[in-house]
Design a binder for this molecule. Structure first.
Ligand SMILES: [Zn+2]
Length: 351
């Protein structure tokens, strides 16, 4: 009897030891990335089965792409990137024999008829969804989505603050709901009796917007915080296999929203809080990330270190990235914690 009990205890201890060794095992880190954003989008498309593609021109803004995510979900399409007058090779390769339909998002000033004609000459149906501006375009994309399903949910974003808005993209793909662009003050889409997800804090989205709807607001202190709030609401602790994207190069998060619809996307940067990734089994980066960020992802035990910010001695604010446009001409950029910066306000351009 005694021997049996001892054996049982010994076995239990070994199981616990083995379990703890595995929980410390290195995270399986992979990169879903091409040489440029076109190829990254193409490699993401390669993970999907599709007969329809959505084309977006991301050269000047991601606004048209923002509204594309719900349509990508309902039509099971990848979001591919094109230039205004020509289709890059890595995009054209993905518009292969299986493809019957394409959606062009935006007017001819974004994607010209030259591109539309290249597709028509391949006997592919082309549907252009456009409006007089990005807001009207998003309304027309919503109208297209409503041909496939009854709309009972929408997301409202500020069409001129793309960083906050991008966090909702994988959710819109998964749940096939439209992302409606606004000016931050009023919604031109009738929100009455809808479940409305408002993305962005009160500085970006008016608190009175969509007050006639069943509304949930995701308001973070910056893009990373808003991203975390959206992620924890829709995906939360059920995710072990994570997708991450550069929080300042959001085009990869846009094209990756299709493949990441069941997992969500975590925005990262050198200084961003990565503690949500601590229990990850695998992490896939959408697009290439700086080596310094990749090595942070490989050493997530140190992920709770305080946020690193950047500043210049004469400046009045701290920055989240040394690549902030307002630091472009600064020579001596300091880095450290917010306390060390002795600045009390975050920069409006990069936070
Ligand atoms: Zn800044």
């Amino acid at each position: 009897m005694k021997l049996k009990k001892l054996l049982f205890i010994t076995l239990s201890i070994s199981f616990i030891l083995i379990a703890s060794i595995f929980s410390n095992a290195q995270i399986n880190l992979s990169q879903l990335a091409g040489a440029d954003r076109y190829e990254t989008a193409g490699k993401i498309a390669d993970k999907l089965n599709y007969d329809t593609v959505i084309l977006v021109n991301s050269d000047n803004s991601l606004a048209d792409g923002l509204s594309a995510s719900g349509l990508a979900g309902v039509t099971n399409s990848p979001i591919l990137l094109t230039q205004k007058n020509s289709i890059p090779k890595s995009t054209e390769q993905r518009i292969n024999n299986n493809v019957k339909n394409t959606y062009i998002i935006g007017g001819t000033s974004a994607i010209s008829d030259t591109v539309a004609n290249i597709l028509k000459n391949k006997n592919i149906n082309v549907t252009r969804l456009e409006g007089s501006d990005r807001i009207q375009t998003s309304l027309n994309v919503a109208k297209e989505i409503s041909k496939f399903k009854t709309i009972d949910k929408i997301a409202l974003v500020n069409g001129y603050k793309e960083a906050d808005a991008m966090s909702i993209s994988p959710v819109a793909v998964k749940n096939n709901f439209p992302v409606i662009l606004t000016d931050g003050k009023i919604s031109l889409y009738n929100t009455k009796n809808l479940r409305t997800y408002v993305v962005g804090g009160s500085s970006v989205m008016s608190e009175s917007i969509a007050s006639d709807s069943d509304k949930i607001v995701f308001a973070g202190t910056d893009r990373f915080d808003t991203n975390k709030k959206v992620f924890s609401y829709f995906y939360g602790s059920s995710v072990n296999d994570f997708y991450v994207a550069n929080g300042y190069k959001l085009v990869d998060a846009l094209t990756g929203s299709t493949v990441a619809k069941d997992n969500g996307i975590i925005f990262v940067d050198g200084g961003s809080d990565k503690s949500v990734l601590k229990n990850a089994t695998s992490i896939t980066t959408l697009g290439y990330l700086d080596n310094s960020i990749v090595s942070q992802l490989q050493n997530l035990d140190n992920a709770n270190t305080p946020k690193i910010v950047y500043w210049v001695s004469g400046g009045s604010v701290y920055h989240s990235t040394k690549d902030c446009p307002s630091l472009q001409r600064s020579k001596n950029i300091y880095s450290g914690t917010i306390e060390e910066s002795k600045k009390t306000r975050p920069c409006k351009d990069c936070f």
